[in-house]
Design a protein around this ligand. Structure first.
Ligand code: BES
Ligand code: MN
Ligand code: ZN
Length: 493
């Protein structure tokens, strides 16, 4: 789907293909945009009649569709309500764009023209995000439902400005799509070595990549991460991505860390069979990090950014870690592994320690599909954040609201921390029955030293059973836009 921007035309009658026009809500009725009023006139009031017949009030997201009206060339007109025009911000514009493409994706029209005086960039962006579909494994005609849309033209006041803003957002969308692809790919396709091959594609954008293999991690004492992958036929890997985009390449970087469990069976503490296939998404945190790196490098962000992902497969086998095993970690702290299914924190422990020890970052933000308890607490709308730093939480909250990837802060504290003390080691890898997401975060906090840090538990937000206005159902790519926005708002030269 190609998206263009051009100057608004005075005559809507000549536009072919699908024509999208707007109206807003006022009192108990609607008010046409100038372009819609113009089209209504040319069709001898067809738009007004259609609006009346379908109780259209110009409310946000209301859509009336007219086919082949007399008097204009368009094959169809979509009249789209924007609600209260004062309330339309970038986020709302994206949602409108998503709603429009859902209506037109399979309409048969190849060309769409949207006459948007305002927010053209973000309407186009929402459309792009919602248009994504993972269909590479369909082979038969009946399964392939291809969008008929080829070109979308936005007619707007400032096409050059809109286009250049959009080109930057397109880079972010590339990161989102890549993350969605990685999360959707099954465990037989994405495992640590194949995942690394994908990540290497980032080199073409100017990202430097370092890889720690099992031998190297052993030398560094990363028993915690290695224990998780010990039952798998795939070699565990830690991958470091560096984007040094700031003017001063030696300036302290920011760091993102991701859980990349390419498949989580639970290990010897095996998960029940029903729904286990979903655990291909257990590398969602790492996908957000690599997607964000792609977005940042793609739009040449003026910031120094480190990405660290721990790639392992959690399998039960004759070589797998046993419940009760005690492992050390790069930090030197020892861990009693009570439950091999609480593996994400074991992976992140060594990633976090290595990251702060090696790069001395301004802060670390880790993302992980860490606990089922997170979904119990917050459902699928908000990701939970846990942190030792108020300012960073505020910045993330603002970024999350701006891009509609919201976060909600959860508590940490000594009382929770005690719950992971062990009888025979420095800590155990699970707490009790209660506060499962918090005890997981307390565990991570023991590996961040005194670095400002936020843990984002994306167990509920990485995958959705239902589509949203900006994403098809399935992998959301949650986190890519959030991290990009955080950097954009606070950490660029
Ligand atoms: N990857 C899972 C968390 C998860 C489960 C995310 C379900 C989304 C949906 C994680 O590795 C895990 O298994 N966590 C356990 C922890 C428990 C053993 C303390 C969980 O949440 O059940
Ligand atoms: Mn698990
Ligand atoms: Zn897991």
């Amino acid at each position: 789907m190609k998206i263009n921007f051009e100057k608004i035309s005075s005559d809507q009658g000549e536009i072919e293909g699908a024509l999208v026009l707007f109206a807003h809500n006022e009192d108990d009725g609607f008010v046409f945009s100038p372009a819609a009023a113009n089209a209504d006139e040319q069709t001898d009031g067809a738009l007004s009649r259609a609006a009346g017949a379908s109780d259209f009030k110009g409310k946000f997201g209301q859509i009336v569709e007219l086919l082949a009206p007399n008097g204009i060339k368009a094959s169809r007109v979509l009249l789209v309500g924007v609600g209260d025009p004062e309330k339309v911000d970038e986020k709302q514009a994206e949602r409108l764009g998503g709603k429009i493409i859902v209506k037109l994706n399979y309409s048969g029209d190849a060309n769409i023209t949207v006459v948007a005086r305002k927010h053209a960039t973000h309407k186009a962006y929402g459309m792009l995000l919602r248009h994504y579909k993972f269909d590479k494994y369909y082979t038969t005609e009946k399964n392939i439902k291809k969008s008929t849309v080829e070109t979308v033209t936005y007619q707007t006041e400032d096409p050059d400005g809109s286009r250049s803003d959009f080109e930057e957002l397109e880079k972010v969308a590339d990161g989102v799509f890549w993350a969605r692809n990685l999360v959707t790919e099954p465990g037989n396709v994405i495992y640590p070595e194949s995942y690394l091959e994908q990540i290497k594609e980032l080199e073409s954008l100017g990202i430097e990549i370092d890889v720690l293999n099992e031998d190297r991690m052993e030398e560094l004492g990363m028993e915690s991460l290695l224990g998780v992958g010990q039952g798998s036929a795939s070699e565990s890997l830690m991958v470091i991505m560096k984007w040094m985009g700031a003017a001063d390449k030696d300036a302290q970087p920011v760091a993102f860390v991701g859980k990349g469990v390419t498949f989580d069976t639970g290990g010897i503490s095996l998960k029940p069979g029903a729904g286990m296939e979903d655990m291909k998404f257990d590398m969602g945190g790492s996908a957000a990090v690599v997607g964000a790196m792609k977005a940042l490098a793609g739009r040449k962000a003026k910031a120094n950014v480190i990405g660290v992902v721990g790639l392992v497969e959690n399998m039960p086998s004759g070589t797998a870690q046993r419940p009760g095993d005690v492992v050390s970690s790069m930090s030197g702290q020892t861990i009693e592994v009570i439950n091999t299914d609480a593996e994400g924190r074991l992976v992140l422990a060594d990633c976090l320690w290595y990251c702060q020890d090696t790069y001395n970052p301004k802060f670390m933000i880790d993302l992980a599909t860490l606990t089922g308890a997170m979904m119990i607490a917050l459902g699928q709308d908000y990701a939970g954040i846990f942190s030792n730093n108020d300012e960073l939480c505020e910045q993330l909250d603002a970024a999350g609201q701006a891009v509609d990837e919201p976060v909600w802060r959860m508590p940490l504290g000594d009382g929770y921390d005690k719950l992971i003390n062990s009888d025979i080691a420095d800590m155990k890898n699970i707490g009790g029955k209660y506060a499962g997401s918090i005890t997981a975060a307390q565990f991570l906090q023991r590996f961040v030293n005194d670095t400002p840090w936020v843990h984002i538990d994306i167990a509920g937000t990485a995958w959705k059973q239902k589509p949203s206005d900006v994403a098809e159902k399935g992998a959301t790519g949650y986190g890519v836009r959030l991290l990009d926005q955080l950097v954009r708002d606070n950490y660029e030269d």
